[in-house]
Design a protein around this ligand. Structure first.
Ligand code: IVH
Length: 694
């Protein structure tokens, strides 16, 4: 929704407004707030923006004409305006406390808390489980919203818990926070303080930082700092432009209110008054319930649009909360159970380059080891030169490193203000660090490449590793350390040489023994029995991934046929365009490549007969599937192969274009996303049924 300028031409009338004008202003305030709530909280706009703007302008005009009609809860006040000299202190009549934290990654955090609660309450071992309200632990800024007779009169930060700062003007600009409690929730108490967290969605945060960067302004380290910075602004027009949001999680002072019997009931009451409460909250029983919640949220954490750093467990009954009371400044009835941080600060010790299979030279940040996302991270790919420039990463910089779930770690941003004077910028080498050949970057390419092809030892090693990889020839035991020694020692220079290796020579290598050498020789022998598709993929032709390799194999049905095809014939293959056709033709035109292929075939590689193409199943052909979790009997690869055999595609991420998500045990964020997007969800049995349909 857009903010609208104040009309300048309305005549100001100081006399009391006619009853009709007062009534209309009241009605407009209620309507606008209801639309606001639908738009920002429920994400379900009820009227077009133009209609909202019309109502907004009508209210502004009334308020301009009759200034007495302008109330603090008027939606026209959300655009900000006041500029303060300083933030005023606010005494919290009920202190804003913090909670104890359990940092155990395992279940013991939940068990310890439940044990403590049961002991304090004097419960017998066989007494029924304690009921808990469980919530997300939002990673933002704590705030207390004071409503008097339903109207937001003050918003204060936590400060030291006893005294905070008055940030009312800024908080009024946050669209999700009702300026007046909704009547649907029943009569508002004389006083109620709603406590909760102000936060920023991750995507909004990235957008905000992008515009800060474009404007040459300082970047925020994380959404929490950004939220805190916005809320403690003196100029509320700045806060009004920030994408701030809010979730309630507790109560401060109240007067004239009979609270529900449980904490979850309190949050229900807040929701009925139009106060945002997160819908991932739940009520569970006993330690087991806490453990399951912690696990469930942990699995779907990455799919949340905002950062959390844990979950919070609270004894649900307010009477029991009272009985448990406080120890120093923390309640005995609540605990935060954290997850490993997904973002940490560390230093860039160096930026080195790696040479890939196709000669791509990739800058890699060597980092001071840092524990993030549950593992120790020591390096992060920076992808290419432009990326290093875009993120402005220097050697010596302090950077934010993020590792969320299984995603590879990335350098998110630099803390420019911490850049040391001797920081060095990255220079892309002119020559390949492995072979010394020239490095070239074509104009329309983001990637710089070593020009030596397979004469470059680094490219050769990568090509061999690719050839041996699981989805290619699947030679178990031929890893990086062995390939390094084989290439550096001159024992192997092409893939065909692998088939001449003998156990005694292998056993003499470092990290090898007789047993490992014998196993490797056996693995090499076994890989000779393969499929044409795997073999084509294993050759490492540029732009030919697994799926294209399969298409090429299905189309040409023999390596000779493929090698003889020209660009025109290649483009007849499904999904093969001019770029792929050119890569394939160029690969097979190369004399060295042809020699290696001849040597491989002479070494005894042979291909399983290719089945006649199956008629695509109507329910599968052309459909996109996403696999998640562990299926009861099929492995991922098997499920994928079956779907593809019937003309379906398997993709790694869920989007609106996904037709089916196949979910097994411990399915995580992809399942949640599918549910959110309304994508059909299948279990293994349903998938099998679909695959068997004619
Ligand atoms: S309850 C008396 N619930 O975490 C209990 N706190 O130290 C008061 N936080 O700064 C806190 N999400 O701002 C509670 N669902 C949640 C929370 C939450 C985030 C913050 C809170 C406080 C810190 C706890």
């Amino acid at each position: 929704m857009t903010a609208v300028a104040v009309p300048a031409d309305a005549a100001v009338v100081n006399a009391a407004p006619p009853a009709q004008a007062s009534a209309r202003a009241k009605e407009l305030r209620a309507q606008l707030e209801a639309h606001n709530h639908s738009y920002y909280v429920l994400d379900a706009p009820t009227v077009p923006d133009a209609e909202y703007d019309r109502l907004f302008r009508e209210l502004q005009a009334l308020e301009a004409q009759y200034p007495v009609l302008l109330t603090v809860d008027s939606p026209t006040q959300r655009v900000g305006g006041k500029v303060l000299d300083e933030l005023q202190p606010v005494q919290h009549r009920v202190p804003m406390l913090s909670i104890q934290t359990e940092t155990d990654i395992e279940d013991s955090g939940a068990v310890n808390f439940d044990n403590r609660v049961r002991k304090e309450l004097g419960l017998a071992e066989d007494a029924p489980p304690v009921e808990y309200a469980v919530e997300l632990k939002f990673d933002g800024l704590a705030i207390s919203l004071r409503y008097e007779d339903g109207v937001l009169v003050q918003a204060a930060t936590r400060g030291d818990g006893a005294t905070g700062e008055d940030v009312t003007a800024n908080v009024r600009t946050i669209r999700v926070i009702p300026l007046r409690l909704h009547a649907a929730g029943g009569t508002a108490p004389k006083v109620i303080e709603v406590r909760g967290e102000i936060y920023i969605d991750r995507r909004d945060f990235e957008a905000m930082n992008a515009s800060q960067q474009a404007a040459g302004e300082k970047l925020f380290v994380n959404p929490r700092n950004a939220a805190a910075g916005c809320i403690r602004q003196l100029d509320s027009r700045i806060a009004a432009r920030r994408p701030l949001s809010f979730f309630a999680y507790g109560t401060g002072e109240s007067e004239g209110w009979t609270p529900p019997l449980t904490h979850s009931g309190v949050l229900d009451a807040f929701a009925a008054w139009g106060v945002p409460v997160n819908d991932k909250r739940a009520v569970v029983q006993g330690a087991q319930g806490l453990i399951e919640y912690h696990r469930r949220v942990g699995e779907t954490r990455n799919a949340l649009p905002f950062d959390i750093d844990g979950v919070v467990y609270k004894v649900n009954s307010l009477a029991l909360q009272q009985q448990l009371g406080f120890r120093s400044r923390e309640p005995r009835w609540a605990v935060a159970h954290k997850y490993p941080a997904q973002e940490e600060l560390t230093e860039v010790l160096d930026i080195e380059v790696q040479v890939g299979r196709t000669g791509a030279i990739t800058p890699v940040a060597r980092l001071k080891p840092v524990f993030v996302g549950g593992v120790t991270v020591t390096n992060a790919t920076l992808h290419n030169e432009d990326e290093v420039r875009r993120k402005d990463i220097h050697i010596g910089d302090t950077v934010v490193v993020r590792r969320a779930g299984d995603v590879i770690p990335e350098v998110v941003r630099v803390l420019i203000e911490r850049r040391p004077v001797d920081a060095r910028s990255f220079v892309m080498p002119q020559t390949c660090p492995s072979c010394g050949a020239a490095v070239r970057r074509d104009e329309d390419e983001a990637v710089a490449r070593c020009t030596a092809g397979l004469y470059c030892p680094a490219q050769r090693k990568q090509a061999l590793l690719h050839f041996a990889s699981r989805r290619a020839m699947d030679i178990d035991g031929l890893g990086e350390k062995i390939v390094d020694q084989l290439v550096d020692g001159g024992m192997v220079s092409t893939a065909a040489d692998i088939f001449r290796l003998e156990a005694p020579a292998l056993a003499a290598l470092e990290r090898m023994g007789d047993k490992a050498a014998a196993n490797l020789v056996q693995a090499i022998a076994q890989c000779r029995d393969t499929t044409l598709a795997r073999f084509i993929y294993a050759l490492g032709i540029r732009n030919v991934g697994e799926s294209t390799a399969r298409d090429l194999a299905a189309h040409f049905r023999s390596i000779d046929g493929l090698m003889a095809a020209d660009g025109m014939r290649l483009q007849q293959v499904t999904d093969v365009g001019p770029i792929v056709a050119q890569s394939v033709a160029a690969f097979f035109a190369d004399g060295h490549n042809r020699e290696v292929i001849a040597a491989l075939l002479a070494a005894g590689i042979h291909f399983a007969p290719i089945a006649e193409p199956q008629a695509p199943a109507p329910g599968v052909a052309g459909k996109t599937f996403v696999l998640t979790g562990t299926l009861p009997t099929l492995t991922r690869d098997e499920a994928k192969a079956r779907i593809e055999a019937k003309g379906g595609k398997v993709s790694g991420s869920v989007s609106k274009k996904t037709h089916y998500v196949v979910a097994g045990e411990e399915a995580g964020g992809k399942l949640t996303k599918a549910q959110e997007l309304g994508v059909a969800i299948l279990d293994e049995a349903a998938l099998t049924e679909l695959l068997n349909e004619i």
